[in-house]
Design a protein around this ligand. Structure first.
Ligand code: 3PG
Length: 309
């Protein structure tokens, strides 16, 4: 029997799990739920007999893939798949393990958090200190994927001017009437708020470095709902020491959180855990898409969303 493991250290909303279970059961599959696990050994045990697996930010590394002898497909219910060893998965078994994500399904939730953080930052963290307004200011989108497109939609309604730096989605941005800057430096130089929306892979790793940061406008706010890996943290710390006007808000804390606590009081905010996609709607959209993609792959070989082809 086909066995689907839903392994989420950070669980989906209950309604999403019910819907995902229904989809799998209708296809004749059994479902095993492993939520809020505290030790990797629990995941290693649960994955042993799984044919398919749905995860969120859960680490699917070599050890997990080696333990998953029956595994045919892993779906990361979400956008970023930096938590899955996609290349090792490809080499696993006779045909390789297919890895998919569910692009776009949780993007509005992350976009709303990014805008919320921009408001929180510009209003001085609701401390009572006089802040500013987003209307009339320039928003710089670093990247133009699904999340950034939603941020753009909301920012327009707020009366912001939006600019973007993107290498791969220039045509989409231009079709929305957004000015595409020639370089990342230019984007950072013109933006009052920079919102980062690039994945933690390839050239994006540590792409927000001193080279780029040094161009930031006075009183700029950086909002990072992407991944901490896209920032060069040493450079960020140095830069924020030199520039007391700059604020940094991020979905989950950087590794250098202690340095921030000691040096930058009143200039940063970090979520207690990654919660950009932690809404009922995003859980439902991404979870259901993941279950449907598994059925489509196993029954019809549909690999549309495979990221390790
Ligand atoms: C994503 O990459 O989809 C988001 O960062 C959400 O991650 P999560 O599923 O761990 O909340």
């Amino acid at each position: 029997m086909t066995k689907v493991l839903i392994a989420t250290e950070k669980p989906f909303a209950k309604a999403a799990v019910e819907q995902m279970t229904n989809i799998c059961k209708t296809a004749g599959y059994s479902v095993k739920l492993l939520e809020k696990y505290t030790d990797k050994s629990q995941l290693l045990e649960a994955v042993k007999t799984a044919t398919a697996m749905i995860v969120r930010s859960d680490k699917v590394d070599k050890e997990v893939l080696d333990a998953a002898k029956e595994l045919k497909i892993v779906v990361r219910a979400g956008a970023g798949y930096d938590n899955v060893d996609v290349n090792y998965a490809k080499k696993n078994g006779i045909y390789g393990v297919c890895v998919m994500n569910t692009p776009g399904q949780n993007s509005n939730a992350v976009a709303e958090l990014a805008v919320g953080m921009a408001i929180y930052g510009i209003r001085e963290f609701f401390s009572g200190k006089p802040g500013g307004e987003l209307r009339g200011r320039v928003l710089g989108l670093h990247g133009y994927g699904y999340v950034a497109r939603n941020v753009h939609r909301i920012a327009r309604a707020l009366g912001m001017t939006v600019k973007v730096y993107t290498r791969y989605s220039k045509a989409q941005a231009a079709s929305q009437g957004i000015e595409v800057t020639n370089s990342l430096e230019e984007l950072y130089a013109f933006s009052d708020v920079v919102s980062i929306h690039v994945p933690a892979r390839g050239e994006h790793i540590k792409s927000v470095s001193m080279e780029v940061l040094q161009h930031l406008k006075e009183n700029a706010i950086i909002v990072n709902t992407a991944r901490k890996e896209v920032i060069n943290e040493d450079d960020l710390c140095k830069f924020m020491q030199d520039r007391a006007d700059v604020k940094y808000l991020s979905d989950i804390a950087p590794d250098c959180i202690d340095f921030f606590k000691e040096n930058f009081e009143g200039r940063y905010y970090f979520t207690p855990k990654k919660l950009g996609a932690q809404t009922a709607e995003a859980n439902m959209n991404a979870g259901v898409a993941a279950a449907e993609q598994i059925v489509a792959y196993l029954e019809e070989g549909d690999n549309t969303y495979q990221v390790n082809k």
